[in-house]
Design a protein around this ligand. Structure first.
Ligand SMILES: C[S@@+](CC[C@H](N)C(=O)[O-])C[C@H]1O[C@@H](n2cnc3c(N)ncnc32)[C@H](O)[C@@H]1O
Length: 289
């Protein structure tokens, strides 16, 4: 039996496959990523009994289930609890107390909408859930988090909310106890997010470069996380996506990007509030500035 690695990824097959992942998911793979592509896909070829990458590409033209597997295999899903902690510190110490004060004086309703665009396996929405629970111990607030990804496999893991103990390392002990339960034997090395976190989160498959997002037209978010997602896109896709995300924010809403990502729209629309955290300037203030 031939070993997996003996299957050659030809230059033309690499080009066809990278054009496909670009058009389906916006992910741009440079010339040096042929090895990465091969290592991510080779197991799929064996699993479905396809012997060349050209045949695999042909299969993808007519098999939507395999196309989904192809996308899942080529996404990069690294994430952590409390990743880029300064975003959560800013929310806890500045933004959320400010919203609470505004709600108390009747300027805004007690309502909060948050979108995790590219949520991977769920560590980001659950981290936000912990921060929300700590900041809003009182009832009477209507809070919902939308957590979305293109990758159906990570969405299933996010929904399950089950994590190995070492994944929970960034979560302080007291918060871990309040918001996660240890699994029952034989899963005692795993922790499960408690219902108090899960009940606020709605999971949905959303392709950020797809023509239409399945989100009601009139919905605007107070906070949008789109962190470490655009890094895989080319410049024009980044600009286009940032403009679309901007239109889904409420005036005064916050857009968080990843640590190595830069804001791809005019600085007149946003003001920087923390490292890679940007607040949408209400249009009346833009005119006054
Ligand atoms: C590196 S993870 C970042 C997870 C999390 N936001 C964080 O910063 O820890 C990037 C995620 O973006 C998702 N992604 C990539 N292309 C996407 C697209 N076109 N639409 C939606 N999600 C996408 C990937 O599946 C992956 O789960």
């Amino acid at each position: 039996m031939s070993s997996d690695q003996s299957i050659n990824l030809t230059e033309s097959a690499f080009d066809s496959l990278r054009n496909l992942i670009k058009s389906e998911a916006g992910i741009t793979l440079g010339d040096s990523k042929s090895h990465l592509m091969k290592s991510r896909l080779i197991r799929r070829l064996s699993q479905i009994g396809v012997s060349t990458f050209d045949d695999y590409y042909n299969r993808l033209q007519s098999d939507p289930t395999e196309l989904r597997e192809f996308i899942n295999a080529l996404t990069t899903n690294k994430t952590d609890f409390f990743r880029e902690q300064h975003h959560f510190t800013f929310l806890r110490d500045t933004y959320l107390p400010d919203l609470k004060a505004k709600a108390k004086s009747g300027q805004i309703p007690r309502r909060l909408r948050i979108w995790h665009a590219g949520c991977s396996t769920g560590e980001e929405p659950y981290t936000m859930g912990v921060v929300l629970s700590e900041c809003f111990p009182e009832t009477g607030w209507d809070i919902k988090q939308l957590a979305s990804d293109i990758d159906t496999e990570v969405l299933m893991k996010a929904k399950a909310g089950i994590y190995e103990e070492e994944k929970l390392n960034p979560v302080p002990q007291d918060l871990r106890q309040r918001y996660f339960s240890r699994g029952m034997p034989p899963n005692q090395n795993h922790f499960v997010a408690k219902d108090s976190l899960r009940e606020r989160i709605i999971y949905r498959q959303i392709n950020l470069v797809g023509p239409i997002w399945p989100i009601r037209e009139d919905v605007r978010f107070d906070i949008v996380f789109c962190r470490n997602v655009m890094i895989y896109f080319d410049r024009s896709t980044q600009i286009n996506l940032t403009n679309r995300l901007m239109r889904k924010l409420k005036p005064g809403g916050i857009l968080f990007l990843g640590h190595s990502e830069t804001l791809m729209v005019s600085n007149n629309s946003f003001k920087s509030v923390t490292h890679t955290g940007y607040q949408l300037i209400p249009s009346n203030q833009m005119e006054a500035a």
